[in-house]
Write a protein that binds this ligand. Structure first.
Ligand SMILES: *[C@@H]1O[C@H](CO)[C@@H](O)[C@H](O)[C@H]1NC(C)=O
Ligand SMILES: *[C@@H]1O[C@H](CO)[C@@H](O)[C@H](O)[C@H]1NC(C)=O
Length: 203
C-alpha cells in the first residue's frame, strides 16, 4: 500500500512539474531575473561606448552567430546619423558568421538600449539569436537594421568597433577583417568624442 502511494505521489509530481519544466526551459526572457543577455557586434563591442547609455552592462563572454554576416549601412532614406557614416548590422547569410560580445545588462537598461538602437523610430528591430560560446549556446537579444542600405562607416565608428573587438579578445583573423574595412574618410566630431575613457585604451 505504502509503495502504491509513493508511486501515485511521484506520478502526480511529475505530471505537475513536467509541463512546467517544458514551459520554463525554452523561455529566454531573462528580464524576469532582473537582467538580459545582449549580443553586440558593432560599436557596442566597446565597453565604454555601451556604458555611455547602459551603465549596468557587464562582460559575459565572447561568441558568434552562424549564418549571418556583418554589414555597414543606413536605414531607409536616412542620409546621415550620429556616426556620420554606415553603422553595423547583421544579415542572414548561409555559411557566414558574426563574432561579438555577450553582455549581461540589468533589465532597467532595456529601454535605454532600445532607445540607443532607435527601435521606436524603426531603425533597428530587436530579435533573438543563438550565440555559440565556449560553453553552451546562449539565446541573446540583438538588433537588426530595417530597410538596410549599404554605406561605408566613418573612421571614428570603425575605430570604436575595432577597439571593442580588441578589448574583448575577438579572434585575430576577425579583427584583421574589421581593420581592413574601408571608411568614408569623414573628419569631424562624432560620438567618439563622448567616450572620454578612450585615451586609456590601446591605439
Ligand atoms: C519579458 O518579461 C517581462 C516581465 O515579466 C515582460 O514585461 C516583457 O514583456 C517580456 N518580454 C518578452 C519579449 O516577452
Ligand atoms: C579615403 O582615403 C583613402 C586614402 O587616401 C582613399 O584611397 C579612398 O578612396 C578614400 N575613400 C573615400 C570614400 O573617399
Amino acid at each position: 500500500i505504502k509503495l502504491l502511494f509513493f508511486i501515485i505521489i511521484i506520478k502526480i509530481l511529475t505530471q505537475l512539474t513536467g509541463p512546467l519544466l517544458v514551459k520554463v526551459t525554452p523561455v529566454v526572457n531573462h528580464s524576469k531575473d532582473g537582467f538580459f543577455m545582449y549580443f553586440a557586434f558593432g560599436s557596442n563591442l566597446l565597453k565604454e561606448r555601451l556604458q555611455l547609455k547602459n551603465p549596468s552592462a557587464v562582460f559575459h563572454c565572447v561568441g558568434r552567430i552562424q549564418d549571418y554576416r556583418l554589414n555597414f549601412g543606413l536605414s531607409g532614406d536616412c542620409t546621415d546619423c550620429a556616426w556620420h557614416g554606415g553603422v553595423a548590422t547583421i544579415q542572414e547569410s548561409e555559411g557566414d558568421e558574426v563574432w561579438g560580445v555577450v553582455w549581461r545588462i540589468d533589465s532597467q537598461n532595456l529601454p535605454s538600449l532600445d532607445r540607443q538602437e532607435q527601435v521606436h523610430e524603426g531603425v533597428y528591430s530587436p530579435l533573438e539569436v543563438k550565440v555559440e560560446t565556449k560553453e553552451k549556446p546562449l539565446l541573446c537579444r540583438t538588433y537588426k537594421m530595417n530597410n538596410f542600405r549599404p554605406c561605408s562607416p566613418s573612421p571614428q565608428y570603425k575605430k570604436v568597433v575595432c577597439l571593442g573587438a580588441q578589448q574583448n579578445g575577438l579572434p585575430q583573423n576577425y579583427i584583421q577583417k574589421l581593420l581592413a574595412l574601408e571608411t568614408n574618410n569623414y573628419s569631424g566630431t562624432s560620438i567618439l568624442d563622448q567616450i572620454t575613457d578612450i585615451q586609456k585604451l590601446p591605439a
